[in-house]
Design a protein around this ligand. Structure first.
Ligand SMILES: Cc1cc2nc3c(=O)[nH]c(=O)nc-3n(C[C@H](O)[C@H](O)[C@H](O)COP(=O)(O)O)c2cc1C
Length: 329
């Protein structure tokens, strides 16, 4: 283990979950404007993709997105170590190993949630990643898989991986069912058992334990923070992004006094820059559809962006038009 592993210099109190197809760089840039101090995660990137793919496309990000964690998918310690090193070189602040994804594709590759059945493999991978990179290496898991769903199973997993030097775990508080449920069903059907996550924090107070799964209100965030070191928010952050501003102001208590309209105006230079690079407008606007949720005009905003941003040659005028519609309610 390297002696000089860096302690994290950012807060884990509130983070936005890694979400494939959702938390791409455009989404993260947008979330960052809303909440300067939440920790952001990439989508999962697999080790073969990084080793053989287009790294700029897979790993490129805007410095404004930091603090930013790179989530890796894989099960080969050497490849994970190499990718952790590459992630550090690209400027990421944390490397996270996915031990929670139940999709068939991921199971075929024998990583993601399957890895919960192999804590020694995860421990060896974590140790190798920590030797290769100085930034923190963290693990995101479920509370169990299939019928391996006892508290003792989770405890053994955490204990084994922590012994390899992982001191931060993000735990999605429901088990994954590897056969018969789609990834989407695996985010709703197995029940949430927050208590197992709380108990891990009680038994391993030296570890940073971040809880995830089904968190939707600031009151719930406050309650979870009585028992854990941080909350990770997935779907609600994506669908109702303005909530992140409330979390920034009330939980992180570093107020970012803005309106949703301010955020749209702040997005414009970024959008212009991306358009000149050949990015389609809709690749960015699809992430901002939920910004005005609960505000009069929200439906018009959503409709104009959905319909007009996909038209050939669509540019920032679509945004002005949609903003105007929000203003007129
Ligand atoms: C569209 C989508 C894609 C996801 N992709 C990933 C992923 O790449 N890696 C991962 O660890 N979890 C992934 N997840 C799971 C989330 O990170 C999170 O654990 C889950 O949604 C539960 O949190 P929530 O109830 O706050 O949404 C994904 C979830 C969604 C909705």
């Amino acid at each position: 283990m390297r002696e000089n592993n860096l302690a994290s210099s950012f807060s884990r109190l509130v983070s936005v979950a890694p979400m494939m197809d959702w938390t791409d760089r455009h989404c993260r840039f947008f979330h960052r404007l809303i909440a300067p101090d939440v920790l952001l995660y990439t989508e999962m990137v697999t080790t073969p993709a990084i080793m053989h793919g287009d790294r700029e496309k897979l790993l490129g990000f805007d410095a404004a997105e930091k603090p930013l964690a790179l989530q890796l998918g894989g099960n080969d310690a050497d490849a994970l170590a190499r990718c952790a090193e590459i992630g550090e070189q690209w400027g990421y602040d944390e490397i996270n190993l996915n031990c929670g994804c139940p999709s068939d594709r991921v199971q075929e590759g024998a990583f993601g949630a399957c890895l919960m059945a192999e804590p020694q493999t995860v421990a060896a991978s974590v140790a190798a990643m920590r030797r290769a990179a100085r930034i923190p290496v963290t693990v995101k898991s479920r509370i169990g898989i299939d019928d391996q769903d006892s508290y003792e199973f989770l405890k053994h997993f955490i204990e084994t991986v922590a012994a390899a030097g992982c001191d931060t775990f993000i735990i999605h508080a429901r088990k994954a069912i590897l056969k018969g449920l789609s990834p989407k069903e695996n985010r709703t059907v197995p029940p949430l058992i927050y208590d197992h996550v709380y108990r891990i924090k009680q038994e391993f107070p030296q570890l940073q334990i971040v809880i995830n799964g089904g968190i939707k209100t600031t009151a719930e965030v406050r309650e979870h923070l009585r028992h854990t070191d941080g909350v990770m928010i997935g779907r609600e952050a994506y669908q109702n992004p303005w909530w992140l501003n409330e979390l920034q102001n009330e939980i992180l208590q570093k107020p970012n006094v803005k309106t949703p309209q301010d955020i749209v105006h702040e997005m414009l230079p970024y959008i212009e820059q991306q358009l000149t690079r050949g990015t389609r407008l809709s690749a960015i606007t699809r992430h901002i559809l939920g910004l005005f949720q609960g505000i009069p005009g929200a439906r018009k905003w959503r409709r104009i962006l959905t319909e007009d941003a996909v038209k050939p040659g669509a540019d920032a005028d679509v945004i002005f038009h949609a903003l105007h519609a929000v203003a007129s309610g």
